[in-house]
Design a protein around this ligand. Structure first.
Ligand SMILES: Cc1cc2nc3c(=O)[nH]c(=O)nc-3n(C[C@H](O)[C@H](O)[C@H](O)COP(=O)(O)OP(=O)(O)OC[C@H]3O[C@@H](n4cnc5c(N)ncnc54)[C@H](O)[C@@H]3O)c2cc1C
Length: 430
């Protein structure tokens, strides 16, 4: 591959998806520049689960091994009911012939971001440039430029391709004029991290637990240092009241039915809005979108970051192919529009469908429906063949295999939107 003084690819945003893309590109010998508007790499916890296909795709770069060494292996996960306890436990052992990583890896997003930044900067082909914000884009047939604002003032950077990995409020998406259709749930989600010893008080708990309840469902996840507790917060509840330390402690204690009198230590909390949105297209000319810039979803299932990284891996292979020899406009259009179609199909048919289904299931209030969920989940988990089918979806193996590194592309489910009419909340474009 011919290397030029300027980068072949400029990635906008040093979040986990932009850095995951950079790791793959420099590994393939592509000169890559990542520009990040903040003057530091984000220390946010946010996502904490890495699914098997993500680890498979990162393995050749050496990153998976480091991540596994720093994370927690969750080889089972549970659906529970707040009153009834354990309903179903899914054991990843049924996937042992499907992947070398039959588990979910629990690792904080910021640790992944740190490891990836180090790898890109040490590669000799990549650079993560901080304090540099993209404020404009100019496209031509054979190249693309971004206008950045940074310590040295305004500057134009040329590249063969630009990738917007700049998160849910993406400037690149806005500069392209691409719409971001979908809806926002009425409920906000409150995330609390605590060292409260749930495992000592709920003996059969595992590292990943989805706990249904008609009043207040809970997602309870263990990461290396602490537990993360996620509960819904109704639209009528005041943000200041709900995040008052005593209320946060009450929420944590309530998970044990208020029987525990020790005050839990709190490390962090965040109240955030939850959206389901997907862009109308993942590319325009030589500019592509990946990760939250292209799709956001409910966190139920841990699909957000994983599907973003899987966008990045699919796109990386295509960019490498296009950079191997001078690519015509037709070749660029063909490769990147296939990328857009495939990844949009995954965002709608897999990520939106499953994350919305999981969210609805946890929030359900109708007793008959709740009983039917319990029966179905318990029966699925108890039957190894059904459990494998379930986990192939839940671990994103089906979604990943359908995007070109497994099942042939013509087997991929195409654009039929999986919206099932059961959404709540406000539907808008943006
Ligand atoms: C509280 C919370 C909890 C979550 N929990 C989970 C979870 O458990 N599982 C899961 O899978 N997902 C979860 N998510 C979602 C997950 O964190 C995101 O999918 C993931 O962070 C997306 O990564 P990204 O790199 O696409 O975007 P981001 O992480 O948003 O990174 C975008 C980067 O671009 C930079 N940027 C923005 N504009 C510009 C510009 N103009 N120029 C240069 N740089 C720019 C930003 O500063 C930022 O560093 C959670 C999200 C939140 C908010």
């Amino acid at each position: 591959m011919q290397l030029h003084a300027e980068p072949a690819v400029v990635i906008v945003g040093a979040g986990p998806v932009g850095l995951g893309l950079a790791v793959r590109l420099v590994h393939a010998g592509v000169r890559t520049l990542v520009v990040e508007k903040n003057d530091h790499i984000s220390p946010e916890w946010r996502a904490s689960t890495f699914h098997p296909p993500t680890l498979e795709q990162l393995a050749p770069t050496g990153l998976s091994e480091k991540m596994i060494a720093a994370g927690l292996i969750a080889d089972r996960y549970q659906f529970r009911d707040r009153q009834l306890g354990k309903i179903a436990e899914f054991d990843y052992a049924v996937l042992r012939d499907d992947t070398p990583y039959p588990f979910r890896l629990q690792l904080e997003q910021y640790k992944f971001v740190e490891m990836a930044t180090e790898l890109v900067n040490a590669s000799g082909l990549g650079e993560v440039r901080l304090g540099t914000e993209v404020v404009g884009i100019e496209q031509r047939d054979d190249a693309v430029s971004v206008v950045v604002s940074g310590p040295g003032g305004r500057q134009r950077l040329d590249a063969a391709f630009v990738v917007g990995a700049d998160g849910a409020r993406s400037s690149v998406r806005k500069l392209l004029g691409v719409s971001f259709e979908g809806w926002t749930y009425d409920q906000r989600f409150l995330l609390i991290s605590t060292d409260f010893p749930f495992e000592q008080n709920i003996p059969d708990l595992c590292y990943v637990n989805y706990i249904a309840d008609p009043q207040e469902f809970v997602m309870l996840l263990r990461i290396p240092d602490v537990w993360r507790v996620l509960v819904p917060v109704g639209p009528e509840v005041d943000a200041v009241d709900v995040t008052a330390p005593e209320n946060l402690r009450r929420i944590v204690r309530r998970i044990l039915g208020d029987v525990h009198t020790v005050a839990p230590s709190l490390f962090a909390h965040q109240l955030y809005n939850v959206h389901q949105r997907v862009v109308e297209t993942f590319n325009l000319g030589r500019v592509a979108l990946v990760g939250d810039a292209a799709h956001v979803n409910s966190p139920m299932g841990g699909f957000g970051l994983n599907s973003g990284l899987q966008d990045a891996f699919d796109l990386a292979s295509r960019l490498v192919r296009l950079l191997e020899k001078p690519a015509t406009r037709q070749a660029v259009d063909a490769e990147l529009s296939t990328y857009s179609d495939l990844r949009r199909a995954v965002a709608l048919d897999h990520v939106r469908r499953m994350s919305h289904r999981n969210t609805e299931m946890l929030m359900r209030t109708d007793e008959n429906e709740r009983a039917a969920d319990r029966e179905r989940l318990a029966a699925t988990a108890a039957d190894p063949r059904a459990a494998r089918e379930f986990l192939l979806d839940a671990s994103m193996i089906n979604a990943a295999r359908g995007t070109g590194f497994g099942r042939p592309p013509d087997e991929v489910v195409t654009g039929k939107a999986a919206r099932d009419g059961g959404q709540r909340g406000t539907r808008t474009g943006s």
